[in-house]
Design a protein around this ligand. Structure first.
Ligand SMILES: C[S@@+](CC[C@H](N)C(=O)[O-])C[C@H]1O[C@@H](n2cnc3c(N)ncnc32)[C@H](O)[C@@H]1O
Length: 223
């Protein structure tokens, strides 16, 4: 997977919008659902918080929400931390560097946007989902977005075409992405997602976003 360190972390904010069709829409549609399901004083666990985009977007929707920004990359979280300081959000955010283990938090909702597709389906995806579940209250929603297995044999080509034509991805960038489709991602099918969520104590996923290869689901933790 990409390392999300050094220059990869520094260039992330410029790159990501060229790689994920509907990146802004994904964040906006996720925030809309949190806005109508959470109380004023909710705590939101953000897995793979990266440079802080998820939290910066959500913080605009409700001034009472608190956040846990978790990531395994110190460089991404350092950028996020600086962004939170610049925007006056630091007192609303707990930074968590490293894996979450056991039930440290009891969040009201969790986000895991564009993260799980980097985790191998050798038990590691199930383990991450299980850990998210342990840190989420019963009935709380997980919002999960990933590159999925393609629905057609032309979906990946169409995605690269879209990224180049509409989002300004360069030829070199498209070449890297084509390579990463094979080497860096562990996309799963919708059926496998249903299996994994059922195995880890979640209810059936409900699709709320799809743009070419990327899908997002709202998934309630079982009672
Ligand atoms: C593509 S970025 C997404 C960042 C942010 N959610 C967004 O929407 O812009 C993926 C992030 O997931 C982090 N990551 C990768 N594997 C992870 C894991 N197993 N647990 C937590 N974070 C992980 C990376 O360090 C990186 O910051």
């Amino acid at each position: 997977m990409p390392t999300f360190t050094g220059d990869e972390a520094l260039s992330y904010d410029k790159r990501i919008g060229k790689l994920v069709p509907g990146y802004e829409l994904l964040h906006h549609t996720t925030a809309a659902q949190l806005s109508v399901t959470l109380d004023q004083d909710a705590t939101i666990l953000v897995i793979g918080a990266g440079t802080g985009k998820d939290i910066i977007e959500l913080a605009k929707h409700n001034a009472g929400w608190q956040f846990i920004a978790q990531d395994i990359s110190a460089d991404m979280l350092a950028i996020a931390d600086q962004n939170f300081t610049n925007l006056g959000l630091s007192d609303r955010v707990t930074i968590h560097l490293g894996p979450i283990k056991d039930a440290i938090y009891q969040a009201d909702a969790a986000l895991c946007l564009l993260v799980l597709h980097f985790v191998s389906d050798n038990g590691d995806k199930a383990e991450l989902l299980k850990q998210i579940g342990l840190n989420l209250r019963a009935g709380g929603q997980l919002f999960l977005a990933d590159l999925m297995q393609p629905d057609t044999d032309f979906e990946r080509a169409a995605q690269l075409h879209y990224c180049q034509k509409e989002l300004g991805l360069t030829d070199a960038g498209a070449q890297t992405m084509r390579h990463q489709f094979q080497e860096a991602f562990y996309p799963i099918s919708g059926a496998r997602l249903h299996e994994l969520t059922s195995l880890t104590g979640f209810c059936s996923p409900s699709l709320y976003f799809k743009a070419l290869g990327f899908s997002a689901h709202a998934i309630a933790k079982g009672q």
